[in-house]
Design a protein around this ligand. Structure first.
Ligand SMILES: Nc1nc2c(ncn2[C@@H]2O[C@H](COP(=O)(O)OP(=O)(O)O)[C@@H](O)[C@H]2O)c(=O)[nH]1
Ligand SMILES: [Mg+2]
Length: 383
């Protein structure tokens, strides 16, 4: 039954999605309460069971393989070629196209900066989702320097300088090398479809490539196929997975995963979580329980709570961040699907409005399409 529901959801995109992509995109608007069309709650009440000792390194299993969402199976796009910067530029192509082309158009008449032009620029920046206040501030600074701006190039340069300065004000993310006793435990949270599982796979791949031993906990036990999707990613990334049966207690999975990570001397433990529950249990309460359980087994853990946000949901991402931060104490953000939107300016809104470090950006579905956020490179790739 859960599988049918899952398939129906995937065919039936939510309102927060762009029409041109994102079959599995965020159902962010209804965070975090279960909606009326949620499948029936788990009558067994297994959700609050004690941690068990049945963690296993999962093997692929014929039953669950059929339930793998299309986009996580072997037909994933091949990794794009090119280095870090090219990949970033390609990922930001939609936003870049609007911003650069239109900024160039502003100067068609050949004159210097006019009031009309500044108004149009303001509108352009707001359309690209930089946020109203940020766009107003940016235009105000540009107005002050207007006499020095003699063409599109100078204008772009001015915007670039202002944006870099703005992004530099955001707090810095804890780096992966911040000293913590191994394993470093990262709990990954966010609403359904934002890209938690995919991002975990990409982070795991980065870590295993550096020679780290990585374990992934399948603590999204509420969605059919969630653990199997994660299993595919873990194989792809060369990481191990700890999983229980569907509908098992997520905190129990997390607990066992910490045990396994300590016993197997893992460097990194990534905990995947649900974005919405099929039971009446409140999502935030469930996530807090996972957090407490992990801390009980390993004092100081989780060392990071990474919130995944979907760039295509625009300003909705900001309200999600506020909610999760209040409940969980988020330590860093990852913003996915920048390649799927012309509103890449949301990065600027997020850095400007939230006192939370933006750690990663996702610029595609491939294993190499997750980048550590670099404000300078980002701005350079945008204009
Ligand atoms: N284009 C694009 N798609 C992404 C990105 N990150 C995730 N996705 C896709 O978003 C969908 C939902 O991702 P998933 O990891 O299952 O989300 P979860 O429900 O939060 O675990 C999948 O189709 C992913 O391939 C990204 O950076 N770019
Ligand atoms: Mg998932």
């Amino acid at each position: 039954m859960a599988l049918k529901w899952f398939q129906r959801k995937r065919k039936d995109p939510g309102p927060g999605e762009e029409a041109d992509r994102n079959e599995g995109a965020a159902e962010g608007a209804d965070l975090p309460q279960p909606a009326a069309d949620d499948p029936p709650s788990d009558p067994g009440g297994d959700a609050l069971a004690r941690p068990s000792a049945t963690a296993s390194v999962a093997a692929p299993d014929a039953d669950t393989l059929e339930q793998v969402p299309r986009d996580t199976a072997a037909d994933l796009p091949a990794p794009a070629s090119g280095g870090f910067f090219n990949r970033l530029k390609r990922g930001l192509a939609k936003t870049r196209e609007i911003l650069t082309t239109d900024i160039e158009d502003l100067f068609q008449s050949g004159e210097g900066v006019t009031d009309e032009m500044l108004e149009e620029l303001e509108e352009l920046l707001i359309t690209a989702d930089l946020g109203v206040q940020t766009s107003l501030d940016l235009v105000a600074s540009i107005t002050k320097r207007a006499h020095k701006i003699d063409g599109p190039r100078a204008l772009k340069e001015t915007i670039r300088d202002e944006l870099v300065a703005l992004l530099a004000q955001a707090p810095e993310a804890p780096t992966d090398t911040t000293a913590v006793a191994a394993p470093r435990v990262v709990m990954v949270v966010g609403v359904n479809g934002v890209g938690k599982t995919t991002t975990i796979g990409k982070i795991a791949a980065k870590a295993t490539r550096k020679g780290e031993r990585v374990i992934i906990a399948a603590a999204d036990t509420f969605r059919a196929a969630a653990a199997e999707q994660l299993n595919i990613w873990s194989e792809r990334a060369g990481a191990q997975i700890v999983r229980h049966k569907d509908n098992a207690d997520p905190a129990a999975v997390a607990f066992d995963a910490v045990e396994a990570a300590i016993a197997r001397k893992a460097d990194l433990l990534l905990i995947d979580t649900a974005g919405r529950l099929h039971t009446k249990v409140n999502l935030m309460e469930e996530l807090k329980k996972i957090h407490r359980t992990v801390a009980k087994r390993m004092p100081g853990a989780p060392h990071e709570v990474l919130l995944i946000l979907d760039a295509t949901t625009g300003q909705n991402a900001l309200s999600q961040a506020k909610l999760f931060n209040e409940a969980m104490g988020v330590t860093g953000l990852a913003l996915t699907k920048l390649d799927g939107t012309a509103k890449g300016g949301i990065v600027v809104s997020i850095c400007g409005e939230l006192q939370l470090p933006l750690k990663y950006i996702g610029v595609g579905e491939g294993i190499d399409d997750l980048q550590t956020f670099d404000p300078q490179a980002f701005v350079k790739a945008l204009f």
